[in-house]
Design a binder for this molecule. Sequence first.
Ligand SMILES: Cc1ncc(COP(=O)(O)O)c(C=O)c1O
Length: 363
Amino acid sequence: MTSNQNTPLLLIPGPTPVPDQVLKAINTQPLPHRSAEFSAILNDAIDNLKWLAETQNDCFIFTGSGTLAMEASIVNFINPGDSVLALNIGVFSERLAQIAQGITDNVITLKAESGCAIELDQVELALSQNKNIKAVLITHNETSTAVMQNLPALAKICQKHNALTIVDAITSFAASPVLITEWGLDVVITGSQKALMLPPGLSIIFVSKRAWEYVGKNKNPKFYLDLNKYKKSMLNKTTPFTPNVSLIAGLNVALKLIAENGKEATYDRHLKLRKLVRSLSQKYDFELLVEDESIASPSVTAFKAADRITVSDLRSNLKNNHNIIIADGQNDLKGKIFRVGHMGYMFEADILRLDKALGQILA
Ligand SMILES: Cc1ncc(COP(=O)(O)O)c(C=O)c1O
């Protein structure tokens, strides 16, 4: 977005600003979902998502937020008693592990310190020592700590040990490459209100051939989240339940904007924004939570609170006097860090607006 002082600037890790073209596509009378017109839109959306993820794996769209897709990514693939390895690097990876713990007692957790990724050697060791691990739960971009993990390297280790990769790419997808086929990812989820530049309400799941074998053996009771229903319906280019027809129409416009701009240029813009946001740490003397740039998220940056202003005062000053919204830390990090989202429809001018506001507040 090119900033306008009258519009609240959402520098949070979702919901994110929505382009006017997308808003226009959403803001129309809904199409009947059992119609040829809507089937064509749905088909395009699936094709466009596969294009972005560079895969021919199955792809389904749920009506519900990212957490619904998180639950679907577990309940269809993990059986009671299965061993699962969870890589816990913050709030959202912990949530994925919690969902798995609701199904199986055998969740082994590797936990990183705040602002760190899990070491690859630790994953290798855990999988070597526990030969029966069926799946590894990976949060690609951990929004609560602004850490991005080395997904292709993690996936390689999982493949070596024949463990399914279940990947939360909710805040990396469309901000950074998520190359499902090239990296050999099995189950990948994302959500609408992040770098896909839509309002909240849709979540997406990609399922590999290998992952379908797990679905075939799955015994959990499920109805709305049963992937078999989605697969069967897609044969007729439809969904098992009433989908959010408006957001799916908007999704096509958002993906068209990404295509027009270019995938690589979009990823590059996120890296440039990351650099610009991280440079504010030196300028205003705020420590970065993630010092190592090689694991720094391209879509959100976390700064440690400094003595001279509380996170709460900084956030309210930005909101009340500058119409800029930034995020607090979550759980244990509440009040200790603040987070600046820079994902989706976000440009240098937006970060410069934040820079100017910080300059005035901290003068
Ligand atoms: C990495 C990650 N996973 C999962 C979620 C949960 O998504 P939702 O809030 O859409 O349910 C979020 C939300 O911020 C997230 O950032």
